[in-house]
Design a protein around this ligand. Structure first.
Ligand SMILES: Cc1cn([C@H]2C[C@H](O)[C@@H](COP(=O)(O)OP(=O)(O)O[C@H]3O[C@H](C)C(=O)[C@H](O)[C@H]3O)O2)c(=O)[nH]c1=O
Length: 187
């Protein structure tokens, strides 16, 4: 499935606004044709907090629908499907509480984000349950992916786990190509 940037419509009035942040009846036509079974919510205090690049290997692979509910993030998906003509390529979007945009990250893509504001909160729906034994990842500064992370001068704030993630290696990534190359987000 393709990575998708979704811009839900906000209905404003003199009280504020209302938005549907997910709709199982409408989202399949937007390219989000999965059943979600787990909701996650993370809060990151410092600007430059970088979480990723993570995935869960099949059969515990997770499609994710990501949105920022406070602050702002630079959200990125990296193609890690073996045999993909766009292996190691990426797409990214700025998701903010202000713009309400969402990124759909399908199975086969490593996901990560860096915070652009303090006290940033991210919520995301997952199509499979947490399975720590299946967790995998790629180091944030892998030279072949060469992500242009928007970082503060002091660099990223990483978890000990993320500091020791491995380089991208087609031989070890657990996903295989499904025939759909990575397209630019607005394609
Ligand atoms: C992911 C997850 C974590 N946890 C527990 C395990 C740890 O004790 C604690 C923090 O976990 P972790 O450091 O893996 O959290 P993040 O670094 O935010 O990981 C996430 O970051 C990137 C952006 C992702 O896309 C993944 O959803 C996920 O890997 O929460 C759970 O109990 N359930 C879960 O589903």
């Amino acid at each position: 499935m393709p990575v998708k940037l979704i811009r839900p419509r906000r209905f404003g009035d003199d009280r504020g606004w209302f938005v549907e942040t997910y709709n199982a009846g409408r989202y399949p036509e937007l390219g989000v044709a999965v059943t979600f079974v787990q909701d996650n919510h993370s809060m990151s205090r410092d600007v430059g907090t970088l979480r990723g690049l993570h995935y869960q290997a099949d059969p515990n692979g997770q499609d994710k629908l990501v949105r920022c509910v406070r602050g702002a993030i630079w959200d990125v998906a990296v193609d890690v499907r073996r045999g993909s003509p766009t292996f190691g390529q990426w797409v990214a979007a700025e998701l903010t509480a202000e713009n309400g945009h969402q990124l759909f990250v399908p199975i086969g893509f490593a996901h990560g984000f860096v915070t652009l504001l303090p006290d940033t909160e991210v919520e995301y729906k997952c199509s499979n349950l947490y399975a720590p034994q299946s967790e995998g990842g790629v180091i944030w500064n892998d030279p072949t992916v060469a992500l242009p992370w928007p970082l503060p001068p002091e660099g990223p704030k990483l978890s000990p786990k993320d500091e020791i993630l491995t380089a991208l290696d087609e031989a070890t990534t657990p996903f295989t190509y499904d025939g759909q190359p990575l397209e630019p987000l607005d394609a």
